[in-house]
Ligand binder design. Structure first.
Ligand SMILES: CC(C)(COP(=O)(O)OP(=O)(O)OC[C@H]1O[C@@H](n2cnc3c(N)ncnc32)[C@H](O)[C@@H]1OP(=O)(O)O)[C@@H](O)C(=O)NCCC(=O)NCCSC(=O)CC(=O)O
Length: 410
């Protein structure tokens, strides 16, 4: 009996070792996509109040203008247009159920955008789509089964046995949560290649301005459509595969008592976001503690001088939820101007595309490095940080592998 148990334990250990990768997971390719319809932020208030037939709400319109002016956004892209809204009066009248009609539009938008971003990631990767072993799709813009993952798998021609994971309604943090799950899959399934696709279509939460819901003005002024995709795998096959970001460690912290600070709920009228005015202050007051907890166990070189943390020695990929939230990170961590340049550029050029946004930031960072736009060429260690409902802060420590000045590479 005892020897059977011992033999089984040895077999189990051997199997386990054979299943695990030798090296750490890395992002091997990145792709992004946006829809065609672009709205400039300085024209958005007029557009929004016109298409929602709300021009008579002068005070709310002025408030919306102030929010847009202070958002840090120059333009955003949407799958929906004025015509889409015009065809659906139920999108503007909260007394009418609209969830089914909204989801018919957003399910198509999510599948199209996620597939376009993923196709770009696969093209950059250089291996056939049929080599993808796992698929993770994250979206806040629809919730149904069979879902976005099956549609994306079919559109891309992935193998029928691809192992799918679907993350619905996790808010902005699901972009990094999806990469975290991909890292764990890659490191525990030797040879696996995990395709992550995150897509957002803001129509699910689109509604007319409402005096009772000033916070909805904020999310309407910030959120945008877009999709980001990465391929994650360990032990890259030289010379076809090259690591861009090694994914070193992950952490998640939910701030106590902040359940109402950012919340998401799905109802007959679509998706409702609640966001408190206190969010920037909450983040400013707690982000450093979360980062210390995430980084201290790693013992990275040159991170602490004995008096405090040297946050400026790192690269930063922060989710650009809004201009005020990036300011909160900068001020809490004493970051030099320029440290959040990639996040601020993505916010300015695309707005907050929820889960997809962090992938745009990663893309921007590696392109800035390739084009020698970054100030510190020797700065390799970095942190991805993303906010989500709860208030939850997801953290991932990375090691950037792109060498500088590869001009003309994109
Ligand atoms: C909206 C802002 C850009 C406005 O910039 P400033 O704060 O610098 O400017 P300001 O103080 O003059 O504010 C402009 C006006 O907006 C109002 N205002 C600001 N935040 C508000 C809120 N949450 N609810 C209702 N009103 C709000 C102010 O009262 C003010 O009204 P008046 O002018 O009438 O006095 C900023 O406050 C911001 O970025 N807030 C954080 C937004 C947020 O929570 N994002 C997370 C999204 S969720 C996410 O990204 C992750 C996820 O999925 O969970």
């Amino acid at each position: 009996m005892a020897s059977t148990t011992t033999q089984s334990t040895i077999v189990l250990q051997d199997l386990r070792q054979a299943q695990r990768s030798d090296g750490p997971a890395a992002v091997l390719a990145i792709g992004t996509a946006i829809p065609a319809h672009c709205v400039r932020q300085d024209e958005f208030t007029d557009w929004y109040f016109r298409v929602t037939k709300s021009d008579h709400l002068a005070k709310l319109k002025e408030k919306m203008t102030r929010i847009c002016d202070r958002s840090g956004i120059e333009k955003r892209y949407f799958h929906h247009t004025e015509e889409t809204i015009g065809r659906h009066p139920e999108f503007l009248d909260r007394a009418l159920p609209s969830l089914d009609a909204r989801q018919r539009v957003t399910a198509d938008a999510v599948a199209e955008l996620a597939t376009a971003a993923a196709a770009r990631a696969i093209a950059e990767w250089g291996r056939p789509a049929s080599d993808i072993t796992h698929l993770i799709v994250a979206t806040n813009s629809c919730a149904g089964e069979p879902g976005a993952d099956l549609r994306v798998a079919a559109l891309l021609g992935l193998r029928t046995a691809v192992r799918r994971t679907l993350l619905y309604l996790h808010g902005c943090s699901s972009g990094l949560a999806a990469v975290r799950v991909a890292k764990d899959i890659a490191e525990n399934n030797r040879g696996s290649r995990v395709l992550v696709a995150c897509a957002h279509a803001a129509l699910l939460s689109f509604g007319a301005p409402d005096e009772a819901r000033p916070d909805a003005l904020v999310t309407t002024a910030l959120f945008a459509d877009g999709a980001g995709s990465v391929i994650v795998g360990a032990d890259p096959a030289d010379p076809v595969e090259r690591p861009i970001f090694h994914l070193v460690s992950t952490a998640q912290a939910t701030l106590p008592g902040t359940e109402r600070a950012v919340a998401i709920s799905l109802g007959e009228n679509g998706l409702e976001y609640r966001t408190s005015v206190e969010v920037p202050a909450l983040v400013q007051g707690s982000v450093e503690r979360c980062l210390v907890d995430a980084l201290a166990p790693l013992g990275l070189p040159d991170m602490s001088d004995g008096r405090g943390w040297n946050w400026n020695s790192l690269l930063w990929a922060v989710h650009p939820a809004s201009r005020a939230l990036l300011d909160s990170y900068e001020s809490a961590l004493g970051l030099q101007t320029g440290k959040l340049a990639a996040s601020r550029r993505v916010l300015s050029e695309y707005g907050n595309m929820l889960s997809a946004t962090i992938i745009f930031v990663l893309d921007k960072i590696r392109r800035r490095r390739q084009d020698c736009e970054m100030e510190e060429d020797d700065c390799q260690w970095g942190v991805m940080s993303v906010l989500g409902p709860g208030l939850t802060i997801e953290t991932m420590v990375f090691l950037l592998h792109v060498s500088g000045c590869q001009q003309g590479d994109h």
